[in-house]
Write a protein that binds this ligand. Structure first.
Ligand code: ARG
Length: 457
């Protein structure tokens, strides 16, 4: 099949292979999203009198066929097609030559690929937010159940002060709420319609950009057509950075859990179903999930840098370099969703061993508390510190639960503010659900059928 820009001469095979690379394979992930963008564009072309009602019906039928074929793995993008945009247009033109010849009126592959990418990224971000919210809920439930279960607080990994499983688990809820606000910002930026920006400069036709935005469930139109094209890669990078932040939060939890579930510590235990065995040592129960979480956090951060480097220093307007943003975007969002999903499950199934935790609260943990007991009697802190330091062996073991209760300031182990965390988390969760329902309803209305895969995920 010919490329869309076929001339009388034949482009060198080597050039074709080099420029297409694996883009035609990656584009399988964008087929459903591109069909949605194409149908919205065709609907708009009809509304401004560029195509007839009959032509729109043909294009809708053709695009629905492609979606159906794609769902049963029967829509092929060949290397000669270059990308999914060409494969879809060629297929439409084969089925309906006249209508097919009009579908590309007023658009470029540049705003077309931007549109498909935004639809895909929006779905991926909504999915990642769902897993992140569920991981945060798992940590919050753990914090509620073990609000007052003592746990040694550590700095430099050395035992430091009395703390609790509640503080440890709630720290991840707090951090994931920060990450969710970064993901929300990325979603807000991605959730604007690029369609109508064309090659980077608009077209001399009265395109109704607001209509296509509405049909695709976008929150708004992304205005300046040059800024739209210049944002390709940039918004994906913002999304990957937000994803990286969220994944690095759960990676810290994974690192803690690897350590504290060692038999030598025994604070936590991973259920056997979440562990893997060894091919040689029969007794092994390995935390591979946690280790791969740690490693993939690093991979994801590298991918985010890769994506940023592809677009750094580009001049204004479309440049083919932008194609190189697709693979890291797809791979990065896959990694993030996978990590977040399994970490939510791991935390949900984590077992806590209060006996081991209480046993670990050895006397030196209470040295600082002893100094503060003197402070309460009016001894200046520096003097109290010296007195306790001079007599460390005399520091007695104390009741860790009572020590936790003495910490009353906001956010301390005795005052975790779990209700506040829960209500913030519920606010984020309901905003996410509403956004997803709005998008699904728009895409379902556009196609007149269930839109399970239309977002591309
Ligand atoms: N596969 C291309 C990409 O991802 C599609 C856009 C091609 N546009 C162009 N002007 N060559 O960027």
């Amino acid at each position: 099949m010919a490329t869309l820009w076929q001339k009388e001469y034949q482009v060198d095979d080597l050039v074709h292979r080099f420029t297409v690379g694996n883009d035609y394979l990656l584009d399988r992930r964008l087929v459903a999203a591109d069909c949605a963008g194409s149908l919205a564009h065709a609907t708009m072309l009809h509304s401004i009198g560029v195509i007839s009602a009959a032509e729109l019906d043909e294009l809708r039928a053709g695009l629905l066929e492609i979606v159906a074929d794609h769902e049963r793995n029967a829509f092929e993008i060949k290397p000669q097609d270059e990308d999914c945009h060409t494969a879809i247009e060629n297929r439409l033109t084969e089925r309906f030559p006249e209508a097919g010849a009009k579908i590309h009126t007023g658009r470029s592959r540049n705003d077309q690929v931007l549109t498909a990418t935004r639809i895909y990224l929006r779905a991926a971000l909504l999915e990642l937010m769902r897993h992140t919210i569920s991981a945060a809920h798992a940590f919050l439930d753990l914090a509620s159940t073990h609000q007052n279960t003592p746990m040694p607080g550590r700095t430099h990994l050395q035992t430091a002060m009395p703390s609790s499983v509640g503080l440890w688990a709630a720290s991840f809820v707090d951090a994931l709420l920060d990450d969710l606000s970064l993901l929300q910002t990325a979603l807000d930026l991605a959730d604007r319609s690029p369609l109508g920006a064309a090659a980077s400069y608009g077209v001399p036709l009265p395109l109704d950009r607001e209509l296509t935005a509405r049909l695709l469930g976008f929150a708004s139109v992304h205005g300046n057509v040059l800024a739209v094209n210049n944002s390709r890669g940039k918004i994906e990078a913002i999304a990957l950075d937000a994803a990286d932040s969220a994944v690095s939060t759960v990676s810290k939890a994974a690192v803690d859990l690897i350590l504290f579930s060692l038999p030598e510590f025994g604070y936590f235990e991973l259920p056997v179903e979440m562990c893997t065995g060894s091919s040689i040592m029969p007794q092994k129960k390995n935390p591979d999930v946690l280790e791969l979480t740690r490693a993939r956090a690093g991979t994801l951060s590298g991918i985010a840098v890769q994506l940023k480097n592809a677009v750094r220093n580009l001049p204004s307007g479309y440049n083919r370099d932008l194609q190189e943003t697709k693979e890291p975007m797809l791979r990065g969002m896959d990694i993030a969703c996978g990590v977040m999903e399994i970490m939510a499950e791991t935390v949900r199934r984590l077992r806590v061993n209060p006996e081991a935790l209480v046993r670990a609260c050895t006397p030196e943990l209470f040295a600082t508390d002893e100094a503060f007991a003197l402070v309460q009697q009016g001894v200046p802190f520096r003097e109290a510190y010296r007195r306790v330091a001079a007599n460390l062996d005399a520091v007695a073991s104390a009741d860790p639960v009572a020590a936790l209760a003495r910490r009353t300031a906001t956010g301390t182990p005795g005052n975790l503010g779990l209700d506040d965390l829960r209500s913030r988390l519920e606010g984020v969760a309901s905003a996410r659900t509403q956004r997803e329902a709005y998008v699904t309803a728009a895409l379902t209305a556009l196609f007149g059928r269930e839109a399970a895969v239309l977002g591309g995920r």
